[in-house]
Design a protein. Structure first.
Length: 461
């Protein structure tokens, strides 16, 4: 893989990828209105590359773009603004809702990965900037993957993606070619959409999965932070979507402003302030839960997780993933504060559960499950958690405290997120008010959970 020599130039290409206009209702906010109120609203979805908030401090590429756009528009329209600044305010949206934010007048500009396989009310493509070149997904492999130089070497490989529908035709076409050559088929495994591209890249870097397909611009950005991944820029898959800006068709003047901004400012300035290294401070390394030692521990304990997870209405596999996050399933582990065993319970908490001595592994797992169930019943009586969300909220409470998480649910609802869904919703608001560590903690548990699922899949059929 060629080393990325000019990071700033890549950033310039990224933001210049696509300027897309969408129809909207005539009453939408005009650029003149934005100047009058001294504010432009920029919709982005939570994304470890584009935008996230840690204790209220914003991070990501979108933050740098918003700052530069604010300065640039202020200078261009100083007279109309009365020599006051024009603020570009970031509006964080749940996954997949940035285009709807335009038609609902919650935002003036949308920035992000826009997949047009999702319907958007009253929208139609009108214009794509000619410099749009980063419209593909690429293969990224990890440290345990075979060497891949050509598409023919994908034969027999298992490759993962979070959005697999748009890849199906490409995979089918390749497999026809492989079959005619007497080669084995390429296997595409679609992962839960709650896993972000950054999650997939982290899992690949740690060797949890061998290969993934992700957008090319993001893969290139993360190579500096994740040293074990290899981006195969020449092995690409056409993406159903674009990365770039979107505005309403009625805001043609704003679209023109963005065009000039991309061409004249970003391409020359090169986003000098932005540093992908800033992600390192908020990225926790993953361990491999299916290594020989780790998997043998899981095999010995899985019946206990099944027993007590089921008894207390918690996902057994996710309970195991929590135990791996805490201690790599080591019952002999002891925490600096006095916590004990696989689930790292404090002795006083274990005693209060009345299930036996938590120095014993079965009592340890039993006490943790019972304690998590009590946290949910005592602090979230009105919640409507479905599927794995009950367990995810229990894990968040286990890490950050149930009172804090209960308070965050209320804030999430007020900010337009679903208070009963953790991933892609409450976790965003939790990072904003409690810090990114709780979001990272729960996401790591979720990644271990998915890794266990992948390993157990053959046994489940």
């Amino acid at each position: 893989m060629k080393t990325l020599k000019n990071f700033g130039r890549l950033c310039a290409l990224i933001v210049g990828v696509a300027l897309q206009q969408f129809t909207g209702n005539a009453g939408a906010t005009s650029f003149g209105d934005m100047l009058a109120r001294h504010e432009v609203r920029l919709a982005v979805e939570y994304d470890r590359t584009l935008y996230y908030s840690n204790h209220g401090a914003p991070y990501g590429l979108a933050v740098e773009l918003a700052s530069d756009l604010s300065v640039w528009l202020t200078q261009r329209h100083a007279a109309q603004l009365g020599h006051r600044p024009l603020n570009v305010r970031i509006v964080a949206m749940p996954q997949g809702e940035i285009l709807a934010a335009l038609t609902n007048d919650k935002a003036d500009i949308a920035l992000g990965q826009m997949r047009f396989d999702r319907p958007v009310a009253d929208s139609s493509a009108l214009f794509i900037q000619p410099s749009a070149i980063l419209r593909k997904d690429v293969l990224v492999t990890g440290p345990k993957a075979r060497n891949v130089a050509t598409t023919d070497q994908l034969a027999g490989m298992e490759i993962h993606a979070a959005f697999g529908s748009h890849l199906a035709s490409t995979v089918a076409r390749l497999n026809q070619k492989f079959e005619s050559s007497g080669l084995g088929p390429m296997r595409l495994t679609t992962l839960p959409h709650e896993l972000l591209d950054e999650d997939l890249l982290q899992m690949t870097n740690a060797g949890l999965i061998e290969a993934v397909i992700v957008p090319d611009w993001k893969a290139q950005l993360w190579t500096r932070t994740l040293p074990n991944i290899k981006v195969h820029a020449d092995i690409d898959f056409q993406a159903e979507g674009l990365f770039g800006w979107a505005v309403l068709q009625s805001n043609a003047d704003l679209a023109s402003e963005l065009e000039v901004f991309v061409k004249n400012l970003i391409e020359t300035d090169g986003m000098k302030k932005f540093r992908i290294d800033s992600f390192l401070a908020n990225t926790r390394s993953l361990k491999n839960p299916v290594g020989p030692l780790e998997w043998s521990r899981f095999e010995r304990l899985k019946a206990l997780f099944q027993k007590y997870g089921t008894q207390y209405h918690l996902d057994p596999l996710m309970m195991a993933a929590l135990g791996f996050q805490e201690t790599t399933l080591d019952q002999q582990a002891r925490g600096g504060g006095g916590s004990i065993g696989v689930m790292q319970l404090m002795p006083a908490t274990g005693h209060a559960m009345h299930v036996g001595d938590i120095a014993d592994v079965e009592a340890n797992i039993h006490a943790a499950a019972k304690y998590m169930d009590e946290l949910l019943r005592d602090n979230f009586p009105q919640a409507n958690f479905t599927g794995i969300n009950r367990t995810l909220f229990a894990i968040a409470s286990y890490n950050a405290g149930p009172w804090a998480i209960a308070s965050i649910r209320s804030k999430a609802s007020a900010e337009g997120f679903d208070p009963d869904v953790w991933l892609g919703n409450v976790e965003i608001v939790a990072a904003k008010y409690l810090g990114v560590s709780v979001m990272t903690y729960v996401r790591n548990v979720y990644k271990y959970f998915v890794t266990y699922q992948l390993r157990l899949q053959p046994q489940l059929h």
